[in-house]
Design a protein. Structure first.
Length: 573
């Protein structure tokens, strides 16, 4: 009885205090109301409305700015700062001046025509005879190609190009020049060839009974398709702006996919010693918006293997698709075990791996313009298909970005693969990997340079702690080598191809590197000169949009058929 009375008293007391506080709050609110009315007594109603609308707009803008779906707050702050800074008249003029200089340099480097030659800017009044066309190509156009890739002095770019394959592909291309796989009913032969190319690749990558794929125009499109499929899967699960987790070293095609498909690419840092992705950092970055995990086998810059097995386990644990980017080494790594060079697991033997991109036009030796995107199941592949069911022209459906596609490229790819066979690819893999290992051994002996990471396949990246590495790059360029510049850290790489396995080519490269390095060590503090210095200095520019502008001006110059004055004024044909 006593406990009951005590409880009733406590409840009543709390209620009484609540109403006392409410009365006090009401008095304060009333005082505030009076003061605000006094302040606004001389303000007209339209002014109050204008201020309210203005404040609402500012708050809405700030809210959207703070919660940008694709950019973090630091990225937004940095972007806004540089945008404001670049708008200053003095800075704007200086930047424009440098961009014009860059355009001039690019134009001069690309304009290799003979004196007196002019660009064609309109159709000839009368068509040329076949003999005239071929003669013009030989004497005017082929004459511009100063770098002879046949001598093996080019990094990557042309991976096979043997006379035997060139002859075969030319014959096959002629037979299928007008075919188009967009019309499989008209060209069932090409449809069959495409299906067989995909099936052969699935066999190479140990695909299961549900695995499938499609052919594309190259590695970039294969990567785009994999990202699109993962985006569609994420959107079906309510994720409006999905995130891709990929190594810093991953191919820039993933940046392009994120840009095209309104996704966010989260770059995962690398291990400083091995240059492979930090899997622990990738695990920490996984969130409710993560739609895709990526690893390279191998990476383009340094030729190292990311730990695909560990990434696959993450994907399996968190139910996230895992993509193996094997665009570069896709026709080497499936054969390396049989060639005597074991590599870690990377393909569909790992349960977590759901897609693989591999370029048939690299070490597959097919003509340029062919690649495959492979999936562990059809459900994922269907998400890359596009269908417009209500078009007046009929139901439109296509398997990838392109509508019409060159059936001749598919046919030539098929012909190349069946001509090479497994034995042919094992043999070419053995030659290329052995040549790479031999070069690695010799390059590691050279004082003043170092090999980045632990290359497993066909790429060797070089850096230096003693001198500007771009000086070595420039020296090799003068000796006729066409190499790939890298950045972050400053470096360049040699991508070994079948051409480098020819007698004396690899030995000549090592010799040139050794001799030039010895010369550079005589004056290690000298500054880099020429075009190589431009690439080196670009890394120190904090506003990367300036670098992007310069890169865009490069393509402006590539498409230009105007004179130098027109090019530098920003007018292009």
């Amino acid at each position: 009885m006593g406990d009951s009375e005590s409880g009733s008293f406590s409840t009543a007391n709390i209620e009484e205090q609540f109403w006392e506080y409410a009365e006090v709050a009401k008095l304060h609110l009333n005082d505030a109301r009076v003061k605000i009315n006094d302040v606004c007594s001389n303000v007209e109603p339209w002014q109050l409305i204008a201020v309210s609308i203005g404040v609402t707009i500012v708050l809405a803008w700030l809210y959207n700015w703070m919660r940008h779906p694709l950019l973090t707050i630091p990225e937004r702050v940095k972007m806004s700062f540089f945008k404001t800074f670049r708008s200053l008249p003095f800075i704007k003029q200086k930047i424009q001046k440098e961009i014009v200089k860059s355009k001039e340099a690019v134009f001069h480097s690309l304009n290799c025509m003979k004196a007196g030659e002019m660009y064609l800017r309109s159709l000839p009044k009368k068509g040329m005879a076949e003999s005239s066309v071929l003669r013009r190509i030989k004497n005017s156009y082929h004459a511009m190609d100063e770098i002879d890739w046949r001598k093996g002095k080019v990094s990557g770019c042309v991976y096979g190009g043997t006379e035997e394959l060139s002859s075969l592909c030319a014959k096959v291309y002629k037979d299928f020049a007008w075919s188009n796989p967009l019309h499989p009913d008209v060209f069932p032969s090409v449809r069959r060839m495409e299906g067989e190319v995909v099936a052969m690749c699935l066999s190479m990558f140990n695909g299961g009974p549900d695995s499938c794929g499609a052919m594309t125009s190259g590695g970039t499109e294969s990567i785009l398709m994999a990202c699109l499929a993962c985006r569609e899967r994420a959107r079906e699960r309510g994720i409006e702006f999905p995130e891709i987790l990929a190594p810093v070293s991953v191919h820039a095609a993933f940046d392009k996919a994120a840009h095209y498909f309104r996704m966010r690419l989260v770059h995962i840092p690398l291990d400083k010693k091995t240059q492979t992705v930090n899997v622990k950092a990738m695990k920490r970055a996984i969130s409710s918006r993560t739609c895709m995990l990526v690893g390279s086998a191998p990476s383009f810059p340094f030729g190292v293997f990311d730990d695909i097995e560990a990434i696959a386990k993450l994907g399996e644990k968190y139910d996230i698709p895992v993509h193996t980017d094997a665009c570069l080494g896709g026709f080497l790594i499936p054969f390396m075990d049989k060639a005597g060079f074991p590599v870690p697991l990377f393909d569909f033997r790992l349960k977590g791996v759901t897609s693989i991109s591999a370029d048939t036009h690299k070490y597959g030796f097919a003509p340029k313009g062919s690649s495959v995107i492979l999936y562990s199941n059809m459900e994922l592949r269907r998400r890359q298909f596009f269908v417009a069911p209500d078009w007046q022209g009929g139901i439109y459906a296509s398997p990838s970005i392109a509508g019409s596609r060159p059936g001749a490229i598919i046919a030539a790819c098929w012909a190349t693969m069946v001509h090479m066979g497994e034995a042919g690819y094992i043999d070419s893999t053995r030659k290329i990997i052995q040549t790479t290992r031999n070069m690695l051994t010799e390059l590691k002996k050279i004082k003043g340079i170092f090999v980045i990471g632990d290359p497993k396949v066909s790429v060797i990246a070089l850096g230096s702690n003693d001198f500007d590495i771009y000086r070595l790059f420039g020296g090799l360029t003068k000796k006729g080598w066409s190499l790939n510049n890298l950045q972050f850290p400053p470096s360049f790489h040699m991508c070994v191809t079948l051409r480098h396995t020819f007698h004396g080519v690899a030995e000549e490269f090592v010799k040139d590197v050794k001799n030039l390095t010895a010369e550079l060590l005589n004056d290690p503090t000298a500054k880099c000169q020429g075009s190589a210095s431009i690439y080196g200095s670009s890394q120190s520019i904090p506003d990367r949009s300036i670098v992007a502008d310069v890169a865009k001006s490069f393509w402006d110059a590539c498409y230009s058929t105007e004179d130098l004055k027109t090019v530098t004024n920003g007018v292009h044909a």
